[in-house]
Design a protein around this ligand. Structure first.
Ligand SMILES: NC(=O)c1ccc[n+]([C@@H]2O[C@H](COP(=O)([O-])OP(=O)(O)OC[C@H]3O[C@@H](n4cnc5c(N)ncnc54)[C@H](OP(=O)(O)O)[C@@H]3O)[C@@H](O)[C@H]2O)c1
Length: 282
């Protein structure tokens, strides 16, 4: 299968490219050679390559940065997604687009299903939701994959930040009132590979299974990979104590049962993915 992967140099793209290349022809593009905010360039590239599938993993993902750069957030995450969708429709390509748990406000006590009503709390979530809507309005063959709390070897991520901070300071203060499902980009990439030969459309939630708070995530990181000569103390704090520019949902756990039904497989627990990441395995 010929696949155009946009955002190939990002954290997810960096794992998707080698994993999908094992069985498919993958053409990787990133902002330097394909800027999705440019509708002409985007449409032309997709029509020229005529891939069977376009995977759009490109985004402006700095959640706090989006608050002060609203225009850029909407240009990439919303309009950019729309340009890709229109390019796909005119080339007859299937679009697989990445979206986020941050389209939800986190007030639900139960995990969010695909049909749950979105209500983003921050500009990043608003721009990603607008991107979803533009894709749906375009009407081509599309699959919107919402995922969450990604970490992977090809990008700046929470796990590496905690390890760096733990090596520099004894005490770490981490938010304990936000819950989600940490997801290893390699696990997500393999899940996406499973979907390529299935005619799945609409919205689909995929994360590693289980959930935790950032505080619990930190505890598990430091329990799994101890820093030599260090005895770190992790202190739980509230989001208001941290006072970040973007508000974040209290619980953005996604219900992934549709994925399970469609593929017959369940994503492994988040702490198993974390262990492999930290030990440098799969
Ligand atoms: N990271 C998470 O925790 C998380 C959670 C839920 C959902 N997601 C979604 O998952 C997808 C992948 O996320 P990620 O963490 O892999 O993101 P990432 O590491 O930030 O990668 C995104 C890539 O897109 C590129 N890009 C930015 N603007 C572009 C443009 N105008 N045209 C083409 N490429 C552009 C970026 O280049 P530059 O780096 O040079 O800007 C980067 O290489 C995104 O859709 C994101 O919204 C992520």
């Amino acid at each position: 299968m010929k696949i155009l992967l946009i955002g190939a140099r990002g954290m997810l793209g960096g794992d998707l490219q080698p994993i999908l290349s094992a069985a498919h022809e993958v053409i990787g593009r990133d902002v330097h050679d394909l800027d999705i905010t440019d509708p002409m360039q985007t449409g032309k590239e997709i029509r020229l390559l005529r891939p069977e599938v376009v995977i759009n993993a490109a985004a402006f993902t700095d959640v706090d940065g989006c608050e002060s750069q609203r225009e850029r957030a909407f240009s990439v995450n919303a309009d950019g997604a729309g340009h890709v969708a229109r390019g796909c429709r005119s080339a007859g390509s299937r679009l697989i687009h990445l979206s986020t748990d941050y389209v939800f406000d986190g007030t639900s006590h139960a995990p969010y299903a695909e049909e749950s009503s979105p209500h983003p709390l921050n500009v990043y979530g608003e721009s990603k939701l607008r991107g979803e809507r533009l894709i749906q309005e375009t009407g081509g063959n599309h699959l919107i994959l919402r995922t969450a709390w990604l970490y992977g070897r090809q990008g700046k991520n929470f796990v590496d930040t905690i390890l760096r901070l733990a090596s520099q300071q004894e005490e770490l203060r981490v938010v304990d009132d936000q819950r989600g499902a940490p997801t290893f980009t390699r696990d997500l990439s393999r899940a996406i590979a499973q979907l390529l030969d299935k005619d799945v459309r609409g919205i689909l939630h995929i994360t590693n299974s289980g959930s935790c708070s950032w505080f619990e995530f930190t505890q598990k990181i430091l329990e799994t990979k101890q820093i030599p000569g260090r005895k770190n103390r992790v202190i739980p704090i509230s989001s208001s104590q941290l006072n970040r520019p973007a508000r974040r949902p209290a619980s953005s756990v996604l219900d992934c049962s549709r994925f399970q039904k469609l593929t017959g497989s369940k994503m492994r627990p988040w702490d198993e993915g974390l262990r492999d990441y930290l030990l440098g395995l799969s």
